[in-house]
Design a protein around this ligand. Structure first.
Ligand code: NAD
Ligand code: ZN
Ligand code: ZN
Length: 379
């Protein structure tokens, strides 16, 4: 099969690799119809992780079931399915508690709970930027979709970014009438803004400096805040009569930067602490890593100095971590089917696997208009 293979920093190849196969009784193999490039893939692409060469990338997958192992009873060959980026066993303590992102059984790396397809430190699993994908514990992990091709570009956001954005709003405890500040208008931030509106927020601010992304935020009824035009905290404080917002959602991660592009890993955390009111809450779904081979300062070991003192003084709450996709994907699927959720609106490019290398490069440079790239292995 053809697959997108990691060869080193900023070096990918689309190559022939052995077909994904059923390896155990609970596995399924999916023929991929759509697989997305994610902002998280860029951490690997840029050489900011310890991912091994030869890994097939891709954790945002959907397709049609091609084959199932003898122990698979619920999912059938021919089913159209969404594949959560988390790989989970379904029976450990964290899985039964709904925390599939921290499954205790699937990651053989010492000290790491939780696994994913085609991802650094997330277990030995290949990704789905390929023609075929092996899915362990298929009955537990796969979400069934209505047959056919309708809503393909909406459903493809169910594997990661829509549930992840939603999880950011859940961690931030967004409720009806709340005012919300979302930092980052990448795909995850846009999904967080859409989720906040779906949850009944009264006002949603979205902070970024990329005009095309801020324009999409406005299409989800959010208020765009351009941090290249002035301090985003001051802009939001002014718009809220100095009160700040009830909830904050972090959708940027440790590569947060200032308008000149200089990285400051604490910048967005500090801004959230400032802009969220006392006793308010913050959800952090942007990724922070315990190890970054790409820089040479304390943050390379995950040690980031941020304004914990003010966070404490203001009595704020914060939740963080990888999103447990399965907690939300069925409900979000049904909001797509009824037409209330439109996550596919952010799709900017649909290309074949052959064009993946160029697409990674342009998405990584955040070229104007490259918001969300969907790879279609069939095309
Ligand atoms: N927790 C999870 O389960 C999970 C899942 C998927 C992605 N993620 C992470 O979420 C983050 C966002 O993902 P994405 O795909 O949207 O990435 P992205 O890189 O496309 O978007 C990040 C955006 O943040 C903006 N930004 C940079 N500095 C900023 C600042 N100081 N203030 C405001 N905005 C700033 C950038 O301009 C960019 O548009 C990444 O860290 C990604 O790894 C987490
Ligand atoms: Zn992703
Ligand atoms: Zn488990």
């Amino acid at each position: 099969m053809k697959a997108v293979v990691y060869q080193g920093p900023r070096s990918l190849a689309v190559e022939e690799v052995p077909d994904a196969k059923v390896q155990g009784p609970l596995d399924a193999v999916i023929r991929i119809t759509t697989t997305n490039i994610c902002g998280s893939d860029l951490h690997m692409y840029e050489g900011r992780t310890a991912v091994e060469e030869g890994k097939v990338l891709g954790h945002e997958n959907m397709g049609v079931v091609e084959e199932v192992g003898p122990g698979v009873t619920r999912i059938r060959v021919g089913d159209r399915v969404s594949v959560p980026f988390n790989i989970a066993c379904g029976t450990c303590r964290n899985c039964t508690g709904g925390w599939t992102s921290f499954c205790l059984r699937v990651n053989p790396i010492d000290g790491m709970d939780g696994a994913a397809y085609g991802y650094a430190n997330m277990g030995p699993y290949d990704g789905g930027q390929a023609e075929l994908l092996r899915v362990p514990y298929a009955d537990f992990n796969l979400l069934e979709l209505p047959p056919g091709t309708e809503h393909e570009n909406d459903f493809t956001m169910l594997s990661d970014i829509f549930p992840t954005g939603y999880h950011g709003t859940e961690l931030a405890e967004v409720g009806p009438g709340d005012s919300v500040a979302v930092f980052g208008a990448g795909p995850v931030g846009l999904m967080a803004a859409h989720s906040a509106v779906l949850r009944g927020a009264s006002r949603v601010f979205v902070v970024d400096k990329e005009a095309d992304r801020l324009a999409l935020a406005e299409r989800y009824d959010a208020i765009a805040v351009d941090f290249s035009r002035g301090d985003p905290v001051e802009q939001i404080m002014e718009a809220t009569d100095g009160v700040g917002v009830d909830r904050g959602v972090e959708c940027v991660g440790w590569q947060a930067h200032d308008p000149s592009g200089q990285e400051h890993p604490e910048l967005v955390l500090d801004n959230l602490v400032k802009v969220v009111r006392t006793a308010g809450s913050i959800g952090v779904v942007g990724v922070y890593v315990p190890e970054d081979p790409g820089v040479d300062d304390p943050s390379s070991a995950g040690r980031i100095g941020w304004d914990y003192g003010t966070f404490f003084t203001k009595g704020q709450r914060m939740g963080t971590g990888q999103a447990p996709v399965k907690r939300y994907n069925r409900q979000l699927r049904d909001l797509i089917i009824t037409g209330q959720a439109k996550p596919g609106l952010i799709t900017s490019h649909e290309v074949g696997l052959d064009q993946a290398v160029d697409a990674y490069d342009r998405f990584d440079k955040r070229e104007e208009g490259w918001t969300k790239v969907l790879l279609k292995p069939d095309s």
